[in-house]
Design a binder for this molecule. Structure first.
Ligand code: ATP
Length: 351
């Protein structure tokens, strides 16, 4: 089932929560809406579900205009973070609920619930009440309940939001496998970059009600379209340089922009800590001397805060823990640094 959203606007008392959003999702695709809190992700999803009426714009599901079609006629399944299970019903009854409403015969219903319990790995739990389940098990029941009426489209709004990091990871890879097996078109709302990266074929980065970038996780990480995307997705060094002779100068560094920037204007340069190469000895001409001011333990990586010798410039590098240890990269150590990959955003020169 495909989705096409065209020029979607949603205002709440004059406040533009969604501002001219257009995108499409192909049949079987897994697409995430990623953005900070309040950016409008849920509102977009709710408009697709039919829980919110757009101020203007069009929503098509399978080439059919559903903009004004009520939620129950859209054949979508949804799971929300706070979409609680029916407390007074067993796991079995919860999953069977949508089938009962649709008056599916008992035998068929029982068979379907059995299959779903197997799919979500909860066979044997059918007689339990929701209060007798862990958070992750409850989320899986919620997913099974959403899948029961065989929706053609699955809408998920922070479905694992309330769970701890480990459980989120387990359910994430479980959802990925489920999606690959069932091939259901899925639209997920999340503010968790790792979640979006692991699950999605494509990610829409949302900021202030608008799409900043619509691309694969790889493209979003390696080629962020805007300053916002680069800063929001992954950690980054963000510095202001001056454009001189076509280059952006920041301390001893000179960055070559991809576009012609206006001379003597400020430009923002973003580079990831993992793209800072650090060595004990000067190996190449373009390496700049500095001193490690502080370090931070990040598990597999070690973060180094390095003050350049030339001027008052500090940058952050992240390197594998083993390398840091072998090279003796501790506080006070003199090092040489080089930025291996960066992005420049500035005022483009109009000739
Ligand atoms: P979060 O990750 O915190 O859920 P979000 O990106 O999903 O955020 P939305 O829930 O879509 O954001 O909200 C976008 C903006 O619209 C917010 O500023 C919110 O306060 C506002 N908003 C959402 N629903 C309503 C409503 N029913 N009435 C008024 N304002 C609303």
């Amino acid at each position: 089932m495909s989705i096409s959203v065209q020029h979607l606007h949603k205002h709440f008392n004059g406040f533009k929560a969604v501002n001219d959003v257009s995108f499409s999702v192909e049949d079987g695709e897994f697409v995430s809406l990623l953005g900070p809190s309040g950016s409008g992700k849920s509102t977009i999803l709710r408009c697709v579900a039919g829980l919110e009426i757009p101020s203007s714009g069009q929503i098509m599901i399978n080439s059919e205009d559903v903009t004004h079609i009520p939620v129950e006629e859209r054949n979508v399944g949804f799971v929300f973070q706070h979409y609680a299970l029916f407390k007074h019903m067993t796991v079995f009854e919860n999953i069977a609920f949508g089938l009962k409403v649709r008056k599916i015969p008992r035998k068929e219903r029982d068979e379907k619930v059995k299959q779903l319990l197997e799919l979500v790995g909860l066979t044997g739990f059918e007689g339990r009440m929701p209060s007798q389940l862990s958070g992750g098990q409850r989320q899986r029941v919620a997913l099974a309940r959403a899948l029961a009426p065989e929706p053609k489209l699955l809408l998920l709004d922070e479905p694992f939001g309330a769970l701890d990091t480990r459980l989120r990871k387990v359910l994430r890879s479980w959802l990925k496998k489920l999606h690959d097996r069932v091939g259901l078109t899925t639209l997920l709302v999340t503010h968790d970059q790792d979640e979006a990266f692991e699950l999605s074929d494509r990610i829409l980065v949302i900021h202030q009600g608008a799409i900043q970038q619509d691309a694969s996780a790889k493209t979003i990480f390696n080629e962020p379209a805007t300053d916002f995307v680069a800063t929001f997705v992954g950690e980054t060094n963000r510095v202001e340089g001056m454009v001189r002779h076509g280059l952006v100068e920041w301390g001893p560094f000179k960055f070559i922009p991809l576009t012609n920037l206006k001379e003597r204007t400020k430009a923002t340069v973003l580079f990831r800590p993992i793209d800072v190469y650090v060595s004990s000895q000067k190996e190449k001409e373009d390496e700049v001397p500095g001193t490690i001011q502080s370090t931070r333990f990040l598990g597999a990586l070690e973060e180094l805060h390095i003050k350049l010798n030339d001027g008052d410039f500090i940058l952050i590098a992240q390197i594998p823990k083993g390398v840091a240890h072998e090279s003796g990269f501790g506080v006070g150590k003199k090092v040489y640094v080089k930025v291996t990959s960066f992005h420049v955003f500035g005022k483009i020169r109009v000739n």
